[in-house]
Ligand binder design. Structure first.
Ligand SMILES: C[S@@+](CC[C@H](N)C(=O)[O-])C[C@H]1O[C@@H](n2cnc3c(N)ncnc32)[C@H](O)[C@@H]1O
Length: 210
């Protein structure tokens, strides 16, 4: 008997065949809400690496890319950041608002590939954890360019993605990053501060500033 393919892979393949790199995310969240699928990245708690790393916000502005069900955005808010969390999947944004009805986080539906113009150079902290790698490589350069554009002068940008050099090749999602692709976020005035691997080399953890 063969193991059934996970829902995220099946939905991603159909969405990509239609030329849509992000449509499957909302389909997956919707199917999960009906109890018909599992969202593999959902853990019901903030990312522990982010929790150990996040500096105090002191009211400064933070942007959480791919905010999903809101755990990382809420973590940053609890550390004093004025947080905007955005996700391309309306079902995820709605679920985050419902999970945290008293939240100070501004949850927004938006696409990293076509972000609001007013976010340009607007955030003192930008957090990107395993979202860009969830789109095929054809979209990588555009996504990384948008990401770098969010960072305000003097701010910090965190980028964490699966490290291609240390994982066995598999059909995506995810589509892991090379070291050079992580470094490519240093563009248009953004500089790399540090680049290391975590979890026995499985993930990159990179900090940038402008
Ligand atoms: C693999 S999940 C990671 C979620 C979260 N960052 C984490 O670490 O658990 C990718 C998330 O990014 C969202 N996403 C994917 N492509 C996006 C895009 N182009 N713009 C905004 N959000 C996107 C998906 O809907 C999903 O919630």
């Amino acid at each position: 008997m063969t193991t059934p393919e996970p829902a995220d892979r099946v939905l991603a393949r159909a969405s990509l065949a239609d030329g849509n790199p992000t449509g499957w995310f909302d389909q997956l969240y919707t199917a999960a809400a009906r109890g018909e699928a599992r969202v593999p990245w959902t853990r019901g708690a903030p990312n522990p690496d982010l929790a150990a790393w996040v500096p105090p916000g002191d009211g400064r502005r933070a942007l959480v890319v791919g905010s999903a069900l809101g755990d990382d955005a809420e973590l940053l808010a609890s550390e004093g950041w004025a947080v905007t969390g955005f996700d391309v999947a309306p079902t995820a944004v709605e679920a985050a608002r419902k999970r945290f009805p008293e939240s100070t986080v501004d949850y927004v539906v938006a696409d990293l590939l076509d972000p609001p113009g007013e976010w340009h150079h607007a955030f003192d902290l930008v957090v990107e954890i395993i979202n860009i790698q969830a789109m095929p490589r054809d979209f990588r350069a555009a996504a990384v360019s948008s990401l770098a554009g969010f960072l305000a002068p003097g701010g910090t940008m965190l980028v964490s993605e699966v490290a291609e050099e240390n994982v066995a090749p598999e059909p995506g999602p995810p589509w892991p990053f090379s070291r050079a692709e992580i470094e490519s976020a240093a563009q248009n005035g953004v500089r790399l501060v540090s680049l290391e691997t975590i979890h026995d080399g499985a993930r990159y953890w990179a900090e940038f500033t402008r």
